[in-house]
Design a protein around this ligand. Structure first.
Ligand code: PEP
Ligand code: MN
Length: 345
């Protein structure tokens, strides 16, 4: 159960609620949200009578929270979270957002050229890895800070917001200096110290679903970030492990409407990692928009066959431009519109 406080409730009023919960023999945990504070009642079996709080000032309502995640749940916040990115792009509102770019930043020319091409086709966020989590320690690991500098240059040239992965707590400060959105990768979805740290970084976070993680675990991972006071979380469905090696992962499209029912947080889909196969990326991207995704994260390279990582699942800039045309039509059918790039002067 949550005791939801009125907006503007004072800390004395919150403390009075905490005392009342403890008098009733339960534990109390105040949680400061973006709009208002709520106090979670822990340790109760069944519901708690709202009348027990009716004499306390500043109390708005008692809300049952049936899910283990709290601030991430729709019970906590019925209205959608809209994450605002530089350049006026919003994720989780009426617009659907396309985030595109190479798996990894390989050179200044590669990232700036790709940024221009995806922007001209209609992307509003540029992706590109500087620190790459690779299955093998002998694979290309990314170019680190140099790549961050080039991403910032690409942003300057195109006006695109930049999303890039942060792999460990030590590099959060560095990555946050350059990125507009901090990506937490699938392999780090339950790296709780990293989640707490990005929760304090003051930047929106793109949290990717672990490929053996349930939807509940994804939302509990988001809860770690929200619990640190960062409400700007974008979830990402990027495929889970299946039994059939025909695709590398199985994009769980049902996760999109399920997450929308359970949570107010936006969810985007990554059909590139979600299948691991170039030929399936475009159809799955279309399907994700049709299923209600708030955006796409998609790997695009001017020359996918020469990409230093994930070339087999990367589409060309030409294929991407065609996909964008299709996405605009699908967005219209589901009552959304694709966010358009801003003009840079
Ligand atoms: C990526 O987006 O570059 C990436 C490594 O994805 P994931 O964490 O989903 O494997
Ligand atoms: Mn990749």
């Amino acid at each position: 159960m949550l005791v939801v406080m009125e907006r503007g409730a004072t800390s004395e009023q919150v403390q009075a609620v905490v005392r009342r919960i403890e008098e009733l023999g339960y534990m109390a945990r105040p949680m400061a949200g973006l709009q208002r504070t709520a106090v979670a009642i822990l340790g109760n079996q069944g519901s708690v009578d709202a009348a027990r709080f009716s004499d306390l000032a500043g109390v708005k309502a008692l809300v049952p929270v049936t899910e283990p995640f709290r601030q991430a749940s729709r019970e906590w916040q019925p209205e959608n979270t809209v994450v605002r990115l530089p350049g006026g792009v919003t994720v989780g509102g009426d617009e659907v957002v396309v985030m595109a770019g190479p798996c990894a930043v390989e050179s200044e020319r590669q990232i700036v050229d790709t940024a221009r091409l995806v922007r001209d086709a209609g992307a509003t966020v540029l992706r590109g890895g500087a620190f790459k989590p690779r299955s093998s320690p002998y694979s290309f690991q990314g170019l680190g800070e140099q790549a961050l500098v080039w991403l910032a240059r690409a942003r300057q040239e195109t006006g695109l917001a930049v999303v890039t992965e942060v792999m460990d707590t030590e590099s959060v400060e560095l990555v946050a200096r350059y990125a507009d959105v901090l990506q937490v990768g699938a392999r780090n979805m339950q790296n709780f110290s990293l989640l707490r740290r990005v929760g304090r970084a003051g930047k929106p976070v793109l949290l990717k679903r672990g490929y053996a993680a349930t939807i509940t675990e994804l939302l509990l991972a988001a809860e770690y970030i929200l619990a640190e006071g960062n409400p700007q979380v974008i979830l990402c469905e990027r495929g889970v492990r299946g039994f059939d090696g025909a695709t590398r992962f199985v994009l769980d499209l049902a996760a999109i409407p399920l997450v929308h029912r359970l949570s107010h947080l936006p969810i985007v889909a990554d059909p590139s990692h979600g299948t691991g196969l170039r030929g399936t990326v475009v159809p799955m991207a279309r399907a994700a928009f049709a299923a209600g995704a708030d955006g796409l994260l998609i790997e695009v390279h001017p020359s996918p066959e020469h990409a230093l990582s994930d070339g087999v699942q990367t589409i060309s800039t030409g294929e991407f431009a065609e996909l964008m045309r299709q996405c605009r039509a699908i967005a219209e059918v589901v009552g959304r519109r694709v966010a358009e790039p801003v003009e840079v002067g």
